[in-house]
Design a protein around this ligand. Structure first.
Ligand code: ZN
Length: 385
């Protein structure tokens, strides 16, 4: 029987993490109360939410006496017979336990293995429109370790294509994105670095790229930054993906590099403009660090940026699952190291360059990148011996 929405409102229900009932659980909890549905949503304290409207609660075990005078908004009560109830605003709430991780990731079942992803590490360089979407896409497949690198603060003009919102304006992008990751997966380990990658301490790279072998994702939208990050990956033998855009995001490009793979490094492929000189159709019109001061922003709407970024996220997920024979690779076997993705081939948006694409939403699968003669990075793989 379906309950009418009015009837549903009569049910007082508390969603309680199963872990709370385990022996030795300690610590405060947080909750949001949704008066319209009568649901009290209780979750671990490390899920960051706006302080406003925050409810604080605790577990009231029979063998543990809470300090007198501690003023909690709600209490999870376990009585002598281990019956569970939640006391909130003088009323008893029916407990509905949930397993945080299993419930959150249940719909990935059979496609992505949460336990395997929980051990994976990703370092995201640039937490703007591209980096924030990559971060949340990877959090949603259960990636358990994130390093976020960006020196920018979120501004109002970022909102129309960033994953974060108005109440986060004024916050460092790395902190705002960290909060959103933890809001999806509270068990994730997220470290932030609010500087340009070039100024970060080497110990950070030793730990994340060296020890954890983090997949490094270049989302800063300039070639010099991507050359730097691919350089880190070459040094530590860690995989690399870069996502960037052409003007007005009429098209985007995805580049990846894997260690021990005889692949062409980013610098040879794109970093020093060699593609530009060899084939002007393959240049990327995004800015270099130098020009960044003059070109304050590159217009582009979220649906176009997100379309390309989602393809980059699929590549990242494939790379994280290399060697996992229970995972079906989606793109990696078909895509080259360098992929162009066309949002529109209409010259009214993309200019004359847009005409290189045969149709909108075209994704290339045959463009080749090759090492430049004398490149030390590519040489180490023995291709110029
Ligand atoms: Zn090279």
């Amino acid at each position: 029987m379906m309950l009418s929405s009015d009837a549903r409102r009569q049910i007082n229900k508390a969603l309680v993490p199963e872990a709370v009932f385990e022996d030795g659980y300690a610590g405060e909890l947080r909750a949001s109360f949704h008066a319209s549905s009568g649901i009290l949503n209780i979750y671990p304290c490390d899920v960051p939410i706006a302080e406003e409207g925050l409810l604080r609660g605790c577990c009231d075990f029979p063998d543990r006496n809470l300090e007198d005078g501690t003023d909690y908004d709600f209490r999870i009560v376990l009585d002598e017979e281990c019956k569970r109830s939640v006391l909130f605003r003088g009323e008893k709430y029916e407990v509905q336990p949930y397993d945080l991780v299993q419930n959150v990731f249940s719909r990935n079942g059979g496609l992505i293995e949460s336990e395997i992803m929980a051990d994976k590490a990703v370092a995201i360089f640039g937490c703007g429109s591209v980096g924030s979407l990559i971060a949340l896409a990877l959090a949603r497949v259960g990636v358990g370790n994130f390093l976020l690198v960006d020196n920018d603060v979120l501004e109002y003009h970022n909102i129309c294509r960033h994953q974060c919102g108005i109440h986060e304006v004024g916050e460092y992008k790395v902190d705002a994105v960290k909060a959103r990751i933890l809001d999806i997966n509270p068990t994730a380990h997220v470290e932030v670095c609010a500087t340009l990658a070039e100024y970060a301490p080497k110990a950070l790279w030793d730990r994340w790229v060296g020890e954890k072998r983090a997949l490094c994702v270049g989302c800063a939208d300039n070639r010099e930054a991507d050359v730097y990050v691919n350089g880190l990956c070459l040094y530590y033998s860690s995989p690399f993906v870069s996502i960037g855009f052409w003007e007005r995001a009429f098209a985007g490009e995805i580049f990846y590099w894997l260690p021990d793979s005889q692949m062409t490094c980013y610098k040879c492929a794109l970093g020093d403009g060699s593609l530009t000189s060899r084939n002007s159709a393959r240049r990327r019109l995004y800015t270099t660090q130098e020009k960044l001061k003059d070109v304050h922003f590159e217009p582009g709407i979220a649906v176009d940026i997100d379309f390309v970024t989602n393809i980059g996220a699929k590549v990242a997920i494939d790379i994280l699952n290399i060697g996992n024979d229970r995972f079906t690779q989606r793109l990696l076997p078909e895509l080259q190291q360098y992929t162009l993705v066309c949002n529109t081939n209409n010259p009214a948006i993309g200019g004359k360059m847009a005409e290189i694409f045969s149709y909108p939403l075209q994704v290339t699968t045959s463009l080749k990148v090759t090492p430049l003669p004398g490149c030390d990075c590519c040489k180490e793989d023995g291709r110029h011996e």
